[in-house]
Structure formats: C-alpha cells, structure tokens
Design a protein around this ligand. Structure first.
Ligand code: ARG
Ligand code: ZN
Ligand code: CA
Length: 254
C-alpha cells in the first residue's frame, strides 16, 4: 500500500491481581511508543551509529485504539477482564474466553494485543502472518506494556520499561525475523541488516564484530538488547513489513 497504513488496535488486559490491571493511561503510553518507533519519530534514533544511520527507516505504520467493536458499538479499544489464571504461557489460552482469556477480535480488521501475567520470564510472544485468525496478535507481559518515560505512574519491570517489547513483537506480527536469523550467523531474510552470530543482551558497545560483519546491528528492535538500547528498524525491514499490505499480501485487509 502507498503511504501510511493505520491499524486499529484492541488491547485485552487480563488481570488476576489488581497490579496486573494496568491503567488506560499505561496502555495509551504503549500505543504512543509504537507510533514513534514505527514512524521513526523516537528521539533515541539519533543514537544510531554513523555506519547504520542511513538505514534507519520510517516503517510507515500507525496504530490507533479501536473506536468501534466488531459489531459497531462505541469503544475505547481497551478491555479490562478479570481472570482466575495467575500466570500464562505461550499456549494461547489467554486468547480464548473458554480458557480464562479473552477472544480475539476479527484479525483481518484489528491488531489484537493481550497484556497479562506471562510466566517463565517471558516478556512477550507474537504470531507471524498466515496463522490461525483466532490466535493472531501479540501477547505482552503487563509490566513490559507501556513506557515509564511517557507514563511514570504505571507498573513496570526494569530494563524493559520503555515499550520496546511490543515494538519487537509487532515486528514479528509484521513478518520480521530475529536479526540473527535464529541460527549462528543465520539469515533474517533482510539484506541490509548485517549477518550476526547470535542475540545480544544488555547494551553492547559498538562495534561488536561477529560473522565478519562491521558490527552487529544490536540497536535494531529485532535484537534482544535492553529497551533503551534498541531504537531502529532498517529500510529492508520496513519493505518486508509493508509488502504484507500490498494486494494479495497477508495483511492486505488492514
Ligand atoms: N520475545 C522476546 C522475549 O520474550 C522479547 C524481547 C523484547 N526485548 C526487549 N528489549 N523489550 O524474550
Ligand atoms: Zn522475538
Ligand atoms: Ca540480514
């Protein structure tokens, strides 16, 4: 599609304890982060090393909380639902009302985000394009949802408190692979991201040279670095995401 794609978003907040019932303001702070990161409006993009500065891209995707439910009723796009489930795994139960979760809205019309208490140290997980509509979308740990910098009164986990988990997971939802290709010096199917040996954590000094590259693109949202140390998509990643919205693409309906 030419120009900017605007994606309606529904956020399903599933809470067992009061702390997990994150506020609408914390939810909005996450939408604001997505709109900065996917439009290259994030201030920290200026930290991109000179070697990659020409590759940092506006992905031309915008997000807006849904104003209508699937049946046309008015909504603010945020559902708060209590659950007996104390902690969730990657088995998609959170996406199913019969399993204590909350059903997805029509995945051809909305991006579904679930904020909940993920166990096992998980920050989030996503479904790639082409999967089942009933499980389409992104699940995020409630305390990694939103940005401390935009809404300080929220509930946040350290290191992952700037909303970049959702940026990373929505990248997967838009067909991006991990930047190391999930293999040693693997292939992420994007030509302008350098081949790198494996995931990076924390905040690596640049350049971290692996696989005969001139430095890993560890500041890419599709690495595993800290929220404050990831701040760019590349031109090739933007093209790969936008191909989904073209006629015949897997997310052409949005
Ligand atoms: N899928 C990754 C995980 O669950 C998410 C990594 C997000 N990284 C971040 N800096 N927020 O571990
Ligand atoms: Zn990932
Ligand atoms: Ca690459």
């Amino acid at each position: 599609a030419a120009g900017t794609v605007i994606i309606p978003v529904v956020v399903h907040v599933l809470y067992n304890t009061a702390a997990q019932n994150i506020s609408d303001a914390q939810v909005q702070s996450q939408i604001d982060v997505l709109n900065e990161d996917f439009r290259k409006l994030n201030a920290d993009v200026s930290k991109t090393p000179a070697q990659f500065a020409g590759l940092a891209a506006d992905a031309n995707v915008q997000f807006v909380l849904a104003k209508r439910t699937p049946t046309g009723a008015a909504t603010n796009g945020i559902i708060h639902k209590q659950t007996k489930t104390a902690s969730w795994s990657t088995n998609d139960a959170v996406k199913n009302s019969k399993r204590g979760g909350d059903d997805a809205w029509d995945a051809t019309k909305y991006l579904n985000l679930w904020a909940c208490n993920l166990g096992q140290g998980l920050l989030g997980y996503a479904q790639f394009p082409g999967g089942s509509a009933s499980t389409d979308g992104v699940v995020i740990l409630y305390s990694a949802f939103g940005s401390r910098a935009k809404y300080s009164a929220g509930t946040y986990t350290t290191t992952y408190d700037l909303g970049r988990t959702a940026t990373h997971e929505v990248g997967h939802w838009l067909n991006l692979r991990h930047i190391w290709g999930d293999a040693s010096c693997g292939n992420d199917l994007v030509s302008d991201t350098p081949t790198q040996q494996t995931s990076n954590y924390g905040c690596p000094a640049f350049p971290h040279v692996t696989c005969s590259n001139s430095g890993d693109m560890s500041m890419n949202y599709m690495d595993y670095t800290d929220d404050k140390c990831m701040y760019m998509f590349s031109t090739g990643q933007s093209a790969r995401m936008n191909a989904l919205f073209a006629t015949g693409g897997a997310r052409a309906g949005l």
